[in-house]
Design a binder for this molecule. Sequence first.
Ligand SMILES: [Fe+2]
Length: 497
Amino acid sequence: MGPRMREELLAFVSERGTLLEPDAVEFLLSQHDPIASLATFLRSCHETPFVVTLHDVVRAGEIGRKAATSVRIAVAPKAIPIPVTIPASFARLGEDASDRDPNVRILRDITGRSTCEGTLEDFTRYFRHRFQVLRGMLRSRRELAGAQEIAKARRSTREVRVIGIVADVRTTKKGHRILDLEDEADQISVLLPADSAIAAEPVVSDEVVGVVGTVNDRGLLIAVALLRPDLPSATRFHGAPGHVRAAFMSDIHVGSRTFLDEKWSKVSAWLAGEDEIARSIRYLVVSGDVVDGIGVYPRQDEELAIDDIYGQYEALARMIGALPDRLTVVMLPGNHDAVRPAEPQPAFPQSIQKLFDSSVIFAGNPSLLSLDGVRVLAYHGRSMDDLVSAIPGMSYHRPIDGMKAMLRMRHLAPIYGGKTPIAPEAEDHLIIDEVPDIFVTGHVHSVGVDQYHGVVLVNSSTWQAQTPYQKMRNIEPMPARLPIVDLSSGAAIIREF
Ligand SMILES: [Fe+2]
């Protein structure tokens, strides 16, 4: 591990308000993912310890490995579904998009509506809103009909149903999992027995779940079922009339030395050319990290080709301006962009918007868009970092798994206090309130298309080659792939450049 990993690890430690014993530092740096290993340990603690010892991290590693083996059965590794050949019907059915007027609406985002000042009251209100909305979704599930408040359920001797926010999750020496579940008035510890299928079910902090079970004489709720808000099973894709298509990009990272200039020229030429599929593309959704930014990580300046933030956006504006006129571009920010890092992020400020021509529509991150009436939930995907470190078996190479987890939890960034900074707005804008037709994320520099309960899932690749940081962390990106979705049928393909 290089010096940068050490720096990153120490930054992570100080962010969490704890200290690492020197031996623990060395041990962690010898691990595959030092930060994830430490995060796993910290999550297993009731309170953040003053000092994390070598003994702590070694023991946490053993628990982590055990959990990973038991979950491997549940989350079987699966290849990213990339169609090798593009079905002929996809090309044949395409409609020439230049004959149509664009129909884009931003149905929901934070732009101009941020209210939070980061006070303690803001946080309380934020979590209350998160809890109430997700509890409402859970209550409508048949299995949780008649769910009781925790205070009442703990006095019952019969089977109970409760709904709560996960305050803590840990694994015991015997392999049982314990959740501390809270509602507005009370809290209860829930045991997911080691020998049951639900013990292997990954649960993360701050998600809202329902539990069915019985309370034992020590006040512990022994669970027989664990339920998530999830999507209704009968969700269906509401297609637009006519086979007009949307293409998806993210993580262009203009300004970085590793930005793939030639690949961009190729995709740009293809979009402007006579190809039937290219001509059917009406919309281009760009989901964040459109430039590399300045000062996003330590010593970034060594990896920049353009070291001025406006210079980076100007270069991007020229690239976008050269795309064919029939394309309407919708652009949102990511964690490398020049807006506040805390999510939900507003659209770019005027000083950046004015660099682009009028065919570009700016939206917040996340945002719910309507493209010809098809609802697209676009989210950059920062929370994937937290999901990958919290859920054994989750991987940057299979972002679709993370997206399905978000849909099951009905939340884009369930884990609070990890790598994803969250602003405590009056309402939780990261809740997946309405079921979209298409759900798109980026951030992980991978690619994939799939479906979950009728929702088309897209992870939108990158236009940046492997960075030194990714090389160090063994992350192999999948750049220069363009996912394209038919807005009438929901059929999705990935075109490689
Ligand atoms: Fe990103």
